[in-house]
Design a binder for this molecule. Structure first.
Ligand code: ATP
Length: 217
């Protein structure tokens, strides 16, 4: 279980906080707005009213003990920036920040922020990719053009062995797991027989995955 602090409980910060809770993590939510803090108090591990531009207030929260602090202050970039500077001085190791422009990105990267998030752009790219490959449920990039993707097996492939789907790409695509209801098969053999509604989790280069994904639809 991870320990996360989310600063700013607007739409982005609250959605991230609630999803982290759903995934079993511990979340401290922080906002200057008492109404928002009240709203999420019962749904988060802790929710606190504090102005994070105030160094002393931030210090009291003991944020250096958290795995990641996510700064989700939207419009007020000056507050976001000051918060990052304070978090750095308090020894917080991993800081993620929501940004909304190239200039903000540049400044935050100079401050050594671990991850700068551009929600609208990132969501736009995800939506476009999902539209192009509707059979892909979810994916993550692990760098160097390698992706892990989760793909639904269609009715058309009922009874088809895995090697038939991977024809031509057996060495470049790794089938990590097949999920069948609650049953999970790790590294299935080439002659593994697919069933409709199986879920495949594949690892490979994006270009190769793009050629495989439509064969599963
Ligand atoms: P979203 O799209 O996520 O709603 P937004 O662009 O509307 O984001 P804001 O509403 O500007 O973002 O900020 C997000 C939250 O950050 C707000 O709930 C706001 O009260 C909180 N916030 C702003 N400044 C501070 C601060 N200095 N300390 C703590 N919280 C702050």
């Amino acid at each position: 279980m991870g320990q996360f602090a989310v600063i700013g409980l607007g739409r982005f910060g609250s959605a991230a906080s609630l999803e982290l809770m759903r995934m079993g993590h511990s979340v401290l939510g922080v906002d200057t707005d008492g109404k928002l803090v009240d709203k999420y108090a019962d749904q988060l591990t802790h929710a606190v009213i504090a102005d994070v531009t105030d160094h002393a207030a931030l210090e009291e929260l003991g944020l250096d003990n958290y795995d990641v602090v996510l700064v989700a202050i939207g419009e007020e970039f000056q507050a976001s920036l000051l918060c990052v500077v304070h978090l750095k001085s308090l020894g917080v190791q991993t800081i993620w920040v929501k940004a909304s422009s190239h200039a903000q990105h540049l400044i935050l990267s100079k401050l050594g922020v671990a991850r700068i998030i551009h929600p609208e752009e990132e969501m736009g790219i995800r939506v476009a990719q999902t539209l192009s490959y509707p059979m892909v449920n979810d994916y993550i990039s692990i760098g160097n053009g390698e992706f892990v993707v989760e793909i639904d097996v269609s009715e058309r492939l009922e009874g088809v062995p895995l090697h038939q789907v991977l024809k031509g790409q057996p060495d470049t695509i790794h089938v990590l797991i097949v999920k069948r209801k609650t049953q999970i098969t790790v590294h299935p053999a080439n002659d593994f027989i697919l069933h409709t509604k199986d879920i495949l989790v594949l690892l490979g280069q994006l270009d190769t995955l793009k050629t495989i994904a439509p064969k599963l639809a």
